[in-house]
Design a protein around this ligand. Structure first.
Ligand code: ZN
Length: 295
């Protein structure tokens, strides 16, 4: 009996630590960021939003194969999945979201010297990132490199090379938009991949699956750890620098306005994180081939 109990406690301890938080450390071709025993990033500042509520907007064009209202309804569900999550120890995680009206901005960017918006957009025509065959979506998070404070996050969906669906009929699901975006919203709030294959934050998506629509205990533990109940962090949904529905550069400031990528000259560098949040198709399926022919 004693041996059984020991095994069970080891298993649950591993389970409890499966989720990972993202940090400011970025691996390069010459240096990998260190990882702890659970495979989580162990270097750099842990990423976090300094607010208990985040505003987001969808690009007004949506995606060509889906009704815009349906698309927004699905996107709303994916943020709601991470909102007011009931935590194991009681209370709800201190994170909610505010949906704004659709906006013309269709670019993943951060204006260091101007207004911003956290946008969800669809790339119907082109996917400029690497991993073109399997990459379903990407979340770019801009943060303070020293403190880990998140300034901005944008989600792009690769509809140029994948047919996303919103059906609840298991026979008709291709790449489930709700599952994909629920995963991306996890990155949006600063979570990294989990090694639990059933978790929303697991690193890959199986075509035809909708299981990642629903948070598992591991995902719940992640958001409750990042945004604990009763954290007393105020709700301030205004984007950093104010809100702008367009991606226009700031009108003033001498015209140098494309500082969104790369290092700022401030003492606390701002960096746009790329490639953190790629949800990859688990395998090349016949469905994927069919999608490509249809285009
Ligand atoms: Zn991911």
């Amino acid at each position: 009996m004693g041996g059984l109990a020991l095994v069970a406690s080891i298993a649950s301890a591993r389970e409890a630590s499966a989720f990972c938080r993202s940090t400011s450390c970025r691996s390069t071709s010459s240096k990998e960021c260190e990882r702890d025993d659970n495979g989580c990033p162990a270097e750099g500042a842990t990423l976090y939003w300094p607010t208990s509520c985040i505003a987001y907007a969808t690009n007004e064009l949506g995606t060509i194969n889906l009704d815009p209202a349906d698309t927004r309804r699905i996107i709303r569900k994916t943020f709601q999945a991470w909102s007011d999550v009931d935590c194991k120890g009681g209370g709800t995680a201190s994170m909610t979201f505010q949906e704004m009206d659709p906006i013309p901005c269709k670019k993943s960017q951060f204006n260091k010297d101007g207004p911003n918006v956290n946008v969800v957009l669809f790339q119907d025509n082109d996917w400029k990132y690497r991993g073109i065959d399997g990459t379903l979506a990407k979340t770019s998070v801009t943060y303070n490199d020293e403190t880990g404070e998140i300034y901005d996050a944008d989600i792009e969906v690769n509809t140029a090379f994948n047919e996303v669906t919103i059906t609840n009929n298991p026979a008709e699901v291709e790449y489930d938009l709700q599952a994909i975006l629920t995963h991306e919203v996890g990155h949006f709030i600063g979570l990294a991949h989990s090694d639990q294959p059933t978790a929303v934050m697991y690193e890959s998506y199986t075509p035809g699956s909708t299981s990642q629509r629903t948070l598992t205990d591991d995902d719940v533990a992640a958001v409750c750890s990042a945004y604990p109940p009763n954290s007393r962090v105020a709700c301030n949904p205004e984007p950093r620098g104010g809100f702008s529905p367009t991606c226009d550069a700031p009108a003033s400031g001498g015209g140098c306005s494309t500082a969104s990528a790369g290092r700022s000259v401030d003492s606390a560098p701002i960096l746009t994180l790329s490639g953190l949040a790629i949800l990859v198709a688990a395998s090349v399926s016949r469905k994927a081939v069919r999608v490509r022919r249809a285009r």
